[in-house]
Write a protein that binds this ligand. Structure first.
Ligand code: PLP
Length: 230
């Protein structure tokens, strides 16, 4: 199956999940997680109508960016971001989805101010409380959103999460629903219900995420095929 055909199939599955939740498919943004896929693959995804592309490593993003891999689609950063790499992507990416600490927020503010621009971000929630994952603890997200509102060169658009890997299909739903509750709460209490972005769901669970309220899904394998780690 080609990348274009995969996008079409994933879109159909998105539409089905949206319909099951009484939602419209246009409410869901499909981000292609293009890590470890080359510039040609990224371009094919753009030509195939992907809504955005997401990278999770700064070095790889910069290399493919220089090769014009992302022209025609918004570019997101979705991976673990080290503070010393922030300046390499601020202003270059349309959305940093993975802001999981106040230090990172402060550094993004500093770099965005220097460039005189406003950087869109999502706050990442470590919903499973996993040591191995970055992100704000659920109980810290609200205060982080308040902090983001104070920073003039940062615009918080919503939340992002990667739930723990589950053995049983269906188990991610409980995590998605928890993040959705945090999102609804901060949206109504801090953002006048202007937030639009709840990024959750990957190849194995995007339908569940959509049923739980996701407005953005990040899909890699189901679009680009299995990644080659050798
Ligand atoms: C790789 C990646 C995805 C997509 O994972 P698949 O299971 O291949 O769909 C989603 N989100 C993040 C943050 C990723 O790094």
């Amino acid at each position: 199956m080609s990348i274009t055909e995969n996008i079409r199939r994933v879109r159909a599955e998105i539409a089905e999940a949206a319909a099951a939740a009484g939602r419209r498919p246009e409410e869901i943004t499909l981000v292609g997680a293009s890590k470890m896929n080359d510039t040609a693959a990224c371009r094919e995804a753009v030509a195939g109508g992907i809504d955005a592309l997401g990278e999770n490593r700064v070095q790889e993003l910069l290399k493919k960016y220089a090769e014009d891999a992302y022209i025609g689609a918004p570019l997101h950063f979705i991976g673990h971001l080290q503070r010393n790499k922030v300046r390499q992507i601020v202003g270059k990416v349309d959305l940093i989805q993975s802001v999981g600490s106040l230090e990172l927020l402060a550094e993004i503010q500093r770099c965005a101010e220097k460039l005189d621009l406003v950087q869109n971000v999502l706050l990442e929630v470590n919903i499973g409380g996993e040591e191995s994952k970055s992100g704000f603890a659920p109980e810290a997200v609200y205060a982080a959103a308040q902090q983001a509102l104070e920073l003039p060169n940062i615009r918080a658009l919503g939340l992002m999460t990667i739930p723990p890997v589950e053995v049983n299909p269906g188990d991610s739903t409980q995590y998605f629903e928890k993040v959705r509750a945090l999102y609804v709460d901060m949206n109504s209490n801090l953002f006048h219900n202007k937030l639009e972005c709840l990024s959750m769901g990957m190849s194995g669970d995007f339908a569940q995420a959509i049923r739980a309220g996701a407005t953005m899904v990040r899909v890699g394998t189901a679009i680009f095929g299995t990644r080659d780690y050798t």
